[in-house]
Design a protein around this ligand. Structure first.
Ligand code: ATP
Length: 328
């Protein structure tokens, strides 16, 4: 008997990504499924188990226990049982979450660090983000006036991360679980209206769907894809310009100023990232850019990782807060 349509769709999505030209360096690599026990990642595990058997590659799951809720250990064990039912071995990894800067963000950071560290060498880590997650990310970015990089959403392949379900609706992962007798964990956070994302999902998107007569989630995901293509092209242009505007261990502000704003900001982003500045936000980038495009003798912005950007003698330089060059 052929599988249910939802099951076929999830399997096809995993196979397509693994067989795409971009994934060629990972042919034959082991697969790790990051599984929370929710419908998306459980359906992903089932699809990945099927495809891995077909491709003859090893597959396993990692369940991260953040220890943030009462009974989190039992939730993780329940996920392991569900995974055992589809023939996938799983490991529970307990992480310590340091709540500085918001619990959600800290949990996410701890989760990604653990997944990266615990995966077998060279393995791809499959994440269950869906088309609905992508649409929510784009809408949130638009509403907050984020730069194109945020609105471009998540990439299907960003090694070691792979997101095969970015074209799959959440309703499909739920249907795939039902069809395979899987019982996903319902995270109470997913229906808690104190979370902005939950209100977007349950109030804003349905209203937009009604007003625009459907297809909104797909349209937002399409916007994200177009922006990713534009962003990749811009990245190539910026790479060329960066080598041109480098001067005396910094950047030449007069040369930079002549560049179109979008190229200039991308050059700054690539340069700062190469200098070791971590996780630049769009706001950081705007203040960095002001030193070039709107120079009034102002001080440079403090950047993440205790770095400071300074402009002196027509050059931009990154320094640590105690005025040493990075790595110096
Ligand atoms: N506790 C967990 N253990 C393992 N993997 C997880 C866990 N929680 C989430 N994931 C993985 O991350 C994916 C996205 O989960 P979710 O949307 O809850 O996270 P998020 O924090 O909103 O997303 P992101 O991680 O990109 O910010 C899941 O489909 C799953 O693959």
């Amino acid at each position: 008997m052929p599988p249910e349509p939802a099951v076929s769709e999830t399997r096809t999505a995993v196979r397509r990504l693994l067989e795409s030209p971009d994934a060629a360096p990972f042919r034959g690599s082991p697969l790790v499924v990051a599984c929370s026990g929710g419908a998306d990642s459980l359906a992903l595990a089932a699809a990945a188990a099927h495809v891995a058997r077909h491709l003859d590659v090893p597959a396993q799951a990692i369940v991260v226990d953040h220890g943030l809720q009462v009974g989190s250990g039992a939730i993780a064990e329940r996920a392991v049982e569900q995974l055992a039912g589809i023939g996938m071995s799983a490991q529970v990894v307990e992480v310590a979450v340091d709540g500085m800067g918001g619990l959600e963000a800290a949990a996410r950071k701890a989760r990604y660090t653990a997944l990266r560290a615990e995966r077998p060498s060279g393995a791809l880590v499959l994440l269950g983000h869906t088309l609905d997650d992508q649409a929510e990310t784009v809408l949130l970015g638009l509403g907050r006036g984020s730069g194109p990089r945020s609105i471009a959403g998540m990439r299907p392949l960003d090694p070691p991360w792979a997101r095969p379900f970015l074209g799959v609706r959440r309703a499909t992962t739920e249907a795939a679980c039902r069809a395979q007798g899987l019982e996903p964990w319902q995270d109470p956070h997913n229906s808690d209206p104190r979370f902005t994302r939950v209100r977007l999902r349950t109030e804003v998107l349905p209203l937009l769907e009604e007003v625009l007569q459907g297809g909104v989630a797909e349209a937002l995901a399409r916007t994200a894809r177009q922006l990713r293509e534009d962003s990749d092209a811009l990245g190539e242009v910026a790479e060329g310009e960066l080598s041109r505007v480098r001067a005396d261990h910094g950047l030449d502000c007069a040369e930079l100023r002549l560049l179109p704003a979008a190229v200039r900001r991308r050059v700054l982003r690539e340069w700062l990232s190469a200098e070791g500045v971590p996780e630049m936000t769009d706001a950081h980038l705007r203040s960095a850019d002001a030193l070039v495009a709107d120079w009034r003798g102002q001080g440079g912005p403090a950047l993440p990782g205790d770095f400071v950007l300074r402009r002196a003698h027509g050059r931009l330089r990154v320094e640590t807060a105690d005025r040493k060059p990075p790595n110096g």
